[in-house]
Every structure is written in structure tokens, then in C-alpha cells.
Write a protein that binds this ligand. Structure first.
Ligand SMILES: [Zn+2]
Length: 446
């Protein structure tokens, strides 16, 4: 039966390829129905599976972890196209398995949607789960964040593999207590960077101890609710670090971890956390230091996540923001830059974005330092303009351009450093508009 199912799947993959269609999800969906939801169970994977999950940073960390193994000469399977549900996993494995379902690789590295962790890894043996952070995201699809954490926590209760957790995120670190018998829980941390604060910068979750309800006390906040926390009542937060990022200097773009210095190409505190998760994984799998250094120092992103463009001679950073934390990240990087700036915010409300755009009211627009103009665009250009106006930003400096080409031209008019925030379905058209402008007026996609 298994062989027949796999054969059917492989035929679908082959046919889709024949017509030059991406076999991202469809073969998996067909098999999902034929197996009554157990499509991952058909495969026999004898190598370690490493799953990466969390609200922000999954793609970056997945790609870097895959490179650790790849550059160390190992054969890996990874879902580069970001199909991170069970059906996507199934479609991917169909390309690599034998008719008996045997998958041949040294490591499988899989970016996994948060809510699918229990679904997929109840069917396949997981070696390591890396959890980066939990923030409010796409409420329409996932329901409340607490429900999501509970789902993964339920999985962790019986999981005895390696658990690499962000020890500075209480939402994530709590998973380390799910299974007291699991001796393979490892926390990564980061020492405060120059812009760490005593008080919280933005509205967020995770302020109370999940075990006793006491208010968590923080030594410092790095961003949102990420920082050094402790519950004075029950001791939650008092865990031994496996690896810690130290000497973080974003001006020079350097940090150290376990005595090794890294110079990442992306200098943001978010990237430091992501790369510390990568370093933790490298340590766990005994990756040679040279390889780890190479991967962390050369990691760049070309998918609208902190991507750089030149509009003429004006440097422009584009960042995807699916949720308030993502948007606040860009605003923080922008505020930290001591120069004149302009911002373009592109907001859509298509199905994939979550049609409810109320999350924009949780973005912290209150500290706009030397931002001389805000341009808004996208389907909900007016909503985001109203939001920014209500944060106290002068209305006469907000320019609404629903047409993206016009919006980019408006942004490029003035001299300052440019920042562009776009939500999920807005990223691709925004990238295209930036590239088009650069082609017609000089400049490039760096
Ligand atoms: Zn407590």
C-alpha cells in the first residue's frame, strides 16, 4: 500500500515538473487525503531530523543550519521554498525517497510551521527542535498564541530529543520544563546590546510567569519581551546557558559566542539571536569552528528580509513585517541610525496576510527620531496612514500613494536614508517596484 501511495505521489511530482509547475504542496495534499492525514508516516528516515520553528527568523536559521552540514560535506534535505506544513514536507520527501519510502540523506533540516510541530513529529522521529521565539502572528489562522504554545508544549511533554530554546524569551524557555525527564534541553542567550532598555518598548505578551502567574522581572529588555528575565517566586528563568552571545557591537557588526568572534553581515539584534541559535546547533553537532564562522559571517538574505537596495545613491532597507514585532524591529533599527530618514510602509490585507489588519495598532510608532517623511502604500494604504497619524506623527508629513511605483518615486525624492516595511503579500510587489525604480533611475539590488 505504501509503495502504491508513494508511486502516486512521485507521478504527481513528475507530471507537475513536466509542465514546469512547482510541486510545492499539491502532491502532499493528495497523499494527505489518501492517508487520512498521516502523509508523513509513509517515509523511513534514518538520519537526524532537525526542525526549526518560532514566529520570526525561521527561514534564516533553517538556511544557516543546513549550510553548517552542507559545508561540512554532508548530504542534506531542506525545504528551501518554505513549504513548512505536513503536506509541504511530504511533497519534499517524495522527491528524494525510494519507492519503499526510504529517504537517503545525512541530515534533514526542516523549517516547520509552529502549529504543525506536533502533527509532523508525531509521525517522524525528531532529533532536534530549535525554537526561536513566540510573538503574536496571523491570529486568523493560529488562534491565540497561548493555544499555539500549548500545542508545542504538549508535544514536548513526551519529547526526549534535543531542545534548543531561546532562553531570553519566556514564551519559548517555558518549553524546557515540559518534560522533566528530558536531559537534552539547551538554552541560548544574549548579553545586553547598546540599545537594551530597562523598560519594555512595545506592547507584548509574556510578562507573567507561565508557572505561577507572578510578574516576571527583567534585568534588561533587548526588544519586545526578549531579555534577561526571572520569576522571583518560582525561579523560572534561572536556567544554565548552553551558549551566550556577548560583546555585541552593532556599529562594528561583531559579537562573540563561546570565545569565538563572528562578524555577521546583517547587524541587528534579531540577527544576533538567530545566529546564536545557529551557533548552538553547530555546537551540538560538533561542526568545525571554521565552518560555523563561515556560515554566520556570510549569511545574507534576498527575500525582502532586511534586504538592501540603492535608489540612485540612496541606501534603502526593505524588511518584511507580518506582525507588530516584525514592524517594530525595522522601526528600531531605523531609530538607532543617527541620520535623516524616510519610511515607506506597504500594507495589504489579502488572505495570506490575515484580512484583519488590527495588528498595526500594536506597532510602536511613538518614537520617530529624525524621520522626515512617511509614505504609505498597498491595499490598506489609508489604514496605515491613519495609524501613524494617531501615534502623533504630523499628518502633513504623511503621503498616501496606493500605487506602489508612485510610492517608491515619492520615497526616492528626498535625501535621507530609506526604510521600507511591507507585510506578507506586499513584499514581492514592493521588491519589484524598488528594482524597477533602480533600473530606470540608477542604483541596484545589493
Ligand atoms: Zn513563577
Amino acid at each position: 500500500m505504501n509503495t502504491i501511495l508513494i508511486l502516486i505521489g512521485k507521478i504527481i511530482v513528475a507530471v507537475l515538473r513536466l509542465f514546469k509547475r512547482n510541486a510545492g504542496n499539491l502532491p502532499g495534499i493528495v497523499l494527505w487525503h489518501l492517508t487520512r492525514g498521516k502523509c508523513c508516516k509513509m517515509f523511513k528516515i534514518n538520519c537526524p531530523i532537525i526542525a526549526i520553528t518560532g514566529t520570526n527568523g525561521k527561514s534564516s536559521v533553517t538556511s544557516c543550519i543546513a549550510q553548517l552540514f552542507e559545508q561540512n560535506g554532508k548530504k542534506i534535505i531542506i525545504n528551501r521554498e518554505g513549504n513548512n506544513l505536513d503536506t509541504g514536507f511530504c511533497s519534499l520527501l517524495l522527491r528524494y525517497c525510494t519507492l519503499g519510502g526510504k529517504v537517503d540523506a545525512d541530515y534533514v533540516v526542516f523549517e516547520t510551521d509552529e502549529s504543525y510541530v506536533p502533527v509532523i513529529y508525531s509521525q517522524l522521529k525528531l532529533d532536534t527542535l530549535v525554537v526561536l521565539n513566540f510573538f503574536r502572528d496571523q491570529l486568523d489562522r493560529n488562534g491565540e498564541m497561548e493555544t499555539l504554545i500549548q500545542k508545542i508544549n504538549g508535544f514536548c511533554k513526551s519529547f526526549e530529543g534535543n531542545l534548543i530554546l531561546n532562553g531570553d524569551d519566556p514564551n519559548t524557555a517555558r518549553l524546557g520544563r515540559a518534560n522533566p525527564n528530558n536531559k537534552n534541553v539547551k538554552y541560548f542567550h544574549a548579553k545586553p546590546y547598546a540599545f537594551a532598555t530597562d523598560t519594555i518598548f512595545e506592547a507584548s505578551e509574556g510578562r507573567f510567569c507561565p508557572f505561577c502567574g507572578e510578574t516576571l522581572e527583567y534585568d534588561y529588555y533587548q526588544y519586545s519581551h526578549i531579555g534577561k528575565f526571572i520569576c522571583k517566586k518560582c525561579g523560572f528563568g534561572n536556567h544554565e546557558p548552553y551558549i551566550t552571545a556577548e560583546n555585541i557591537d552593532l556599529e562594528k557588526s561583531v559579537f562573540t559566542a563561546d570565545g569565538h568572534e563572528y562578524s555577521p553581515k546583517i547587524n541587528s539584534i534579531y540577527n544576533i539571536y538567530n545566529m546564536t541559535a545557529v551557533a548552538a546547533t553547530a555546537k551540538l553537532y560538533d561542526i568545525p569552528q571554521k565552518v560555523t564562522h563561515n556560515v554566520i559571517s556570510n549569511h545574507i538574505i534576498n527575500n525582502g528580509r532586511m534586504e538592501t537596495f540603492m535608489l540612485g545613491d540612496r541606501k534603502t532597507t526593505l524588511n518584511l513585517a507580518k506582525n507588530p514585532v516584525g514592524a517594530n524591529m525595522t522601526l528600531r533599527v531605523m531609530n538607532e541610525m543617527q541620520t535623516d530618514k524616510e519610511l515607506l510602509f506597504v500594507l495589504n490585507d489579502k488572505l495570506a496576510d490575515g484580512i484583519d489588519v488590527s495588528w498595526i495598532w500594536d506597532i510602536n510608532f511613538s518614537e520617530f527620531d529624525r524621520v522626515h517623511k512617511v509614505v504609505t502604500s498597498g491595499i490598506r494604504a489609508y489604514d496605515i496612514a491613519v495609524r501613524i497619524k494617531y501615534a502623533g506623527y504630523p499628518a502633513d508629513k504623511i503621503i498616501v500613494c496606493p500605487d506602489l511605483d508612485e510610492a517608491v518615486a515619492e520615497l526616492a525624492k528626498t535625501e535621507g536614508r530609506k526604510f521600507v516595511i511591507a507585510n506578507y503579500t506586499a513584499v514581492a510587489p514592493t521588491r519589484s517596484a524598488l528594482i524597477k525604480y533602480a533600473e530606470n533611475h540608477g542604483g541596484k539590488n545589493e
